[in-house]
Ligand binder design. Structure first.
Ligand code: AMP
Ligand code: ZN
Ligand code: FE
Ligand code: FE
Length: 285
């Protein structure tokens, strides 16, 4: 008899209020259960602060849970996001590196607000009003402060007009070299999966050569299905991923009201989820 975890698929990429989502881990678990998902992974940016709440809420809702994190990385100046499942916070050097990324996120946000203050009446305190419970801050919180002050209609509008990388207010934040991050995730017992490699905001798909290099460093999977993917790029990525023998996942990158992405919009089948768990030495069910 198939277990409940073998039902409707898993959503392996979600954000809560601990980073830049707008719903709590408990709300994500309840929504996942109500939508008929078999389970979900919480993958807040550069923090594991939501894991305990999410695990308890998933259990109470009768669905599966995978602890995860989305690590801010780059590759020769190109932004990359790495999903890290099942990492052990006590092992290796990953968590010291992530702490440095979070500190940089905070100082970068302060400097971006300082730059914005030349043209917009927003205060640093206003950012904390909108960031609420976040332990990992980012541009979406600055976007919320701009919306609250009436300068933008929603996050998307704030990003498009004011917070995009070409804007005079924009600053990069500290990012880990992706090859090093893949190794650090493996050293921490985790399962690294490349996030949204065909997303429109990356301007071009991650190349076959880069995927090959990441696979050699220990990458286990690629998020082949994602709501923000360009269809043609996604096909190329799927083909390269299959050639390299890596796992193919799908996920929504849910951010609550912060983005149009709907929970469960893209999912991963149980057979693949079981492979990821096995790679971490964890058994599901
Ligand atoms: P940061 O890491 O601080 O540079 O901010 C990037 C985050 O902003 C990512 O998690 C994205 O999901 C989110 N983001 C990027 N573009 C948009 C957008 N147009 N609307 C809402 N959120 C966005
Ligand atoms: Zn985000
Ligand atoms: Fe991302
Ligand atoms: Fe994300």
């Amino acid at each position: 008899m198939p277990g409940k975890a073998q039902g409707q698929g898993w959503d392996l990429h979600t954000h809560s209020v601990l980073s830049d989502g707008t719903t709590t881990p408990t709300e994500i678990a309840r929504l996942a259960a109500a939508s008929g998902l078999s389970g979900f992974a919480l993958t807040d940016h550069d923090t594991v602060a939501g894991w305990d709440e999410a695990r308890d809420a998933a259990r109470a809702s009768g669905i599966g849970f995978i602890p995860g994190m989305e690590v801010t990385c780059d590759d020769a100046g190109r932004s990359r996001h790495l999903l890290a499942y099942y990492v052990n916070p006590a092992e290796g050097e990953l968590f010291a590196a992530i702490e440095a990324v979070r500190r940089s996120r905070l100082s970068r946000a302060k400097e971006m607000v300082r730059r914005l203050q030349r043209d917009y009446k927003i205060s640093w305190d206003a950012l904390f009003d909108t960031a609420g419970d976040a332990v990992s801050v980012g541009r979406p919180h600055i976007a919320d402060a701009l919306v609250a002050a009436g300068y933008a209609t929603d996050r998307g509008d704030a990003f498009a007009r004011i917070l995009h990388p070409g804007s005079p207010y924009y600053l990069d934040t500290l990012a880990l070299n992706i090859v090093q991050a893949i190794r650090l995730v493996r050293e921490a017992g985790g399962v690294p999966v490349l996030a949204h490699p065909a997303a429109v905001r990356q301007r071009q798909p991650v190349s076959a050569a880069a995927l090959t290099e990441y696979a050699a460093a220990g990458l286990i999977g690629v998020e082949v299905q994602h709501p923000e993917h360009v269809a043609e790029w996604q096909e190329q990525i799927a083909a390269h991923t299959a050639e390299l023998g890596l796992c193919q996942t799908g996920a929504s990158d849910y951010h609550g009201e912060g983005k149009p992405n709907r929970l469960g919009e893209c999912t991963t089948p149980f057979t693949t989820v079981a492979k990821l768990a096995a790679a971490a030495g964890v058994s599901l069910n």
